[in-house]
Design a protein around this ligand. Structure first.
Ligand code: PMP
Length: 410
């Protein structure tokens, strides 16, 4: 293992707290949002204490420093995913990044009746609803890859779904519910044979494994700072330079214009074209600190460490009678979100017993309702791990599930 988790945990004071029952917090909800290390909090605080100003405005020293900090953060994020800085657009989060692409494509009138948008049945609502809406606005049709019983994409209809009518393929890199890691490269190469734009939801992959946009082979990649140790309120949209250059804006206003007349406006080139208004500067600076933190750990080490935790969870949960993993039961091509059901006990009841014991998990449909529908279940309990979790915490999860069974007589 490349890092010492006991040392690392000192950077996350929140992990030392207890909950109302007196139990120590066991935070297994990083798929929803991650905790933030002191380094990230310090970077944000330092920005406000010493450099705060509106970026790209005003010819004074602080504005220059703020701009430098903001553009420096863009460079750091670009390096993290193997991109160039001018291909990195700061957004609020993954949701906004995907909406940006969907709205810009609609504004550019790139789709119409007879065209198709293809998604998958394992998408988070953030990578489904914007495409439903775009289909509605443009008259294009929406179709999707279904799921196999073991939580993978069912690619049997690939020839039918990907052809010259398909203008957009929107797919998640890693499922927030099933944990499944999808074969994005293979899908993107196929889609590109037909000139299809490939939009990837990286909310659950970029924080957890090495991701290089050139190797990924997609056209757009969206992710969120708050899921990778960074602040809330900042996300990233990467897009291929020539594609971004060809897209009209999504939001319009200050900071993204070239020349404004009373009756018309010209726009700046990307990324500024897509960053209307004063941006989230301290958050971008905090995100850069998060990226540096992850780089110091090494993303390959991060992935390997999470895999150990996931292996333990899959093995120990697999030994509990009545527990069913929803998603790939093995470690191949999967990440560290582990969803499961417990026979005879509603996931909300499982969650409640776990909460009482300090174990924070998420229960519900996890903003991906079509998945639970596909598997004929009302909801799942999901544990999701990150760099600060320990094997003991996996054990606490499993002990909590057994306690729920005892309590509810499952
Ligand atoms: N996609 C996936 C796979 C996610 O897990 C999430 C967050 N749960 C999102 C998109 C949306 O992220 P955000 O709320 O940060 O926009």
């Amino acid at each position: 293992m490349g890092f010492d988790v006991d040392v690392l945990r000192r950077d996350f004071p929140i992990l030392e707290r207890t909950v109302d029952s007196g139990a120590r917090l066991v935070y297994l909800d990083s798929g929803a949002t991650t905790q933030k290390p002191l380094q990230v909090l310090d970077a944000e605080r330092d920005f406000y204490l010493t450099h705060n100003a509106a970026v790209h405005r005003g010819a004074h020293q602080l504005a220059g420093e703020a701009t430098e900090a903001y553009e420096g953060a863009r460079g750091t994020v670009a390096r993290f995913v193997g991109a160039s800085a001018d291909e990195i657009v700061f957004t609020r989060n993954t949701t906004e990044g995907i909406n940006l692409v969907a709205y810009a494509l609609g504004n550019a009138r790139r789709l119409g009746p007879g065209d198709r948008i293809v998604v998958t049945q394992m998408e988070h609502h953030a990578n489904l609803v914007p495409w439903q809406q775009l289909a509605e606005r443009t008259g294009a049709t929406l179709d999707w890859f279904g799921l196999t019983d073991d939580g993978r994409l069912d690619l049997t209809r690939i020839d039918e779904l990907l052809d010259e009518r398909t203008k957009v393929l929107a797919v998640t890199h890693q499922s927030n519910v099933l944990g499944t890691l999808n074969p994005v490269r293979e899908l993107a190469d196929r889609a590109h044979e037909f000139g299809t734009l490939v939009v990837v939801d990286g909310a659950q992959s970029v924080p957890h494994r090495p991701v290089d946009v050139r190797e990924l082979g997609a056209d757009f990649l969206a992710f969120s700072g708050h899921k990778m140790l960074g602040p809330n309120g900042v996300g990233v949209l990467w897009g291929r330079r020539e594609l971004l250059a060809d897209l009209p804006p999504f939001l319009t206003g200050g900071s993204m214009i070239e020349v404004v007349e009373m009756d018309r406006t010209t726009f700046l080139p990307p990324p500024q074209r897509f960053e209307a208004g004063v941006p989230m500067t301290s958050q971008a600076v905090g995100l850069a600190a998060a990226v540096e933190y992850l780089e110091a750990l090494g993303m390959a080490e991060v992935a390997a460490y999470e895999e150990r935790l996931t292996a333990r969870a899959l093995e120990l949960l697999g030994e509990v009678p009545g527990v069913r993993i929803v998603g790939p039961a093995g470690l191949t091509d999967r990440g560290s979100a582990v969803s499961f059901t417990v026979d005879g006990i509603h996931p909300h009841d499982v969650g409640q017993v776990l909460d009482e014991r300090g174990v924070a998990v998420r229960v519900g449909h996890h903003c991906a309702r079509p998945i639970v529908k596909r598997y004929g279940i009302p909801a799942t309990t999901r544990a999701s791990f990150y760099v600060y979790n320990t094997p003991d915490e996996v054990d606490a999860l499993v002990a909590g599930v057994r306690a729920a069974q005892q309590y509810f007589g499952g």
